[in-house]
Design a binder for this molecule. Structure first.
Ligand code: TRP
Ligand code: SF4
Length: 369
């Protein structure tokens, strides 16, 4: 029987449930191997939300020895920022708190090419992603944001140079489908990831890319490109960390075509409440059964919200877990508690967001067309 190979598709939100298998298949290292040696003091690490990495130890060593390092990630401005987007914001905020320079690309070229988004809408949404980032707590004075299409010709020259180093067979193996828009977007992302190593962009920095694991194909491609340039460009393989993708509120893949199953950072509070109310939980068929058997938090989209965003204190999270699994609490009251926490988060966030939106163009220059 032919063995079935996994393929990650960065352009399709896939439901991934076997992260172990993914790591083995693609050679992603477990972050758990670094927890003892490095002070990774964010609950994303201890809870296994950030579960995998490539060369993160190399990056951490450079950070600790005072070498020039940076964090770079990107957002495709299609759809609205939601709690999944906020996972990346949270990571950026964490690295900023360690004094790391952060650079963020707004992937408007990718949104145009792959998502077929309207250009004007994409440009406006880019500002929105930045304003939400600032509202989440990213200090815009210590970060840099750019639109892909606003980059100088040297950036675009690199895309063309990179095209010489990848083959059709490789692209097919990594991405499956080979439409020109996807090839160009993948090479563009490789330049996003590597450009901070070049002198003309402020001098060499060793880059860490924090992303959802669905983006790993781009990192594999980028690493291959680096290897093939050898002396010609003297690039180094980037490092990366991967988080698990937060699921939709129905436990399925979160998708733009089903916004009712995602909590967006701009959702009106009553809408957020409706979404929580209809969210899939790990509850049992009847209250009696749940009191007897307990709930199943690992199947519960509400519990996932607690873990990612709503409960930062370990003890509190553990209490919730125990209450759930021993049947002490039922899903109704548990949802009310989750909603109260979410409401606070959203109200405060949205207030900061409205403020941030007023001055966002100080921090990023939107393309004129
Ligand atoms: N492809 C990413 C997304 O879909 C956006 C992106 C563009 C990116 N360039 C990047 C992410 C560089 C990380 C690093 O959201
Ligand atoms: Fe989820 Fe709470 Fe129900 Fe447990 S009690 S399954 S955590 S909603």
């Amino acid at each position: 029987m032919e063995e079935k190979h996994l393929r990650l598709d960065p352009w399709e939100y896939m439901l991934i449930d076997d992260y172990e298998k993914l790591m083995i298949e693609f050679g992603i290292r477990p972050v758990s191997e670094l927890l003892g040696a490095y002070n990774l003091d964010h609950y994303y690490f201890s809870r296994g939300i950030i579960f995998g990495h490539r060369d993160f130890d190399t990056w951490l060593k450079k950070l600790y020895t005072g070498e020039r390092v940076a964090v770079l990630t990107g957002f495709m401005p299609s759809g609205e920022p939601h709690v999944g987007t906020a996972t990346v914001y949270e990571e950026l905020k964490y690295f900023q708190s360690k004094g790391v320079y952060v650079k963020v690309t707004i992937a408007d070229a990718e949104a145009y090419a792959v998502r077929k988004e309207d250009r004007a809408i994409t440009i406006k949404r880019g500002l929105d992603f930045v304003a939400h980032a600032v509202a989440w707590g990213i200090d815009p004075e210590k970060a840099e944001f750019y639109y892909q299409t606003e980059m100088p010709s040297s950036y675009y020259r690199l895309i063309q140079m990179f095209s010489r180093k990848v083959t059709e067979a490789e692209m097919k193996a990594i991405y499956g489908d080979l439409s020109p828009s996807k090839i160009i977007s993948a090479l563009t992302q490789a330049v996003d990831i590597l450009h901070l190593q070049l002198d003309e962009y402020g001098g060499y920095r060793y880059v860490l890319v924090p992303v959802g694991v669905d983006q790993d194909p781009h990192l594999r491609l980028t690493r291959d490109i680096v290897d093939r340039f050898g002396q010609e460009l003297q690039l180094e393989r980037p490092s990366s960390i991967y988080h698990k993708l937060i699921k939709g509120l129905d436990g399925n893949k979160m998708s733009k075509s089903r916004p009712e199953y995602a909590i967006h950072l701009s959702d009106p509070i009553d809408l957020a409440q409706k979404k929580i109310n209809m969210a899939l939980t790990g509850g049992r068929a009847t209250a009696e059964e749940q009191r007897r058997l307990g709930g199943e938090p690992h199947k519960c989209s509400i519990y996932e919200l607690y873990v990612y965003h709503l409960v930062k204190d370990e003890r509190e999270l553990n209490d919730i877990y125990v209450e759930c699994t021993t049947g002490k609490i039922l899903c109704g009251p548990c949802k009310i508690r989750a909603f109260e926490k979410l409401k606070k988060l959203l109200v405060e966030h949205q207030e900061r967001y409205r403020e941030a939106l007023k001055s966002v163009e100080k921090y990023i220059k939107p393309p004129s067309f």
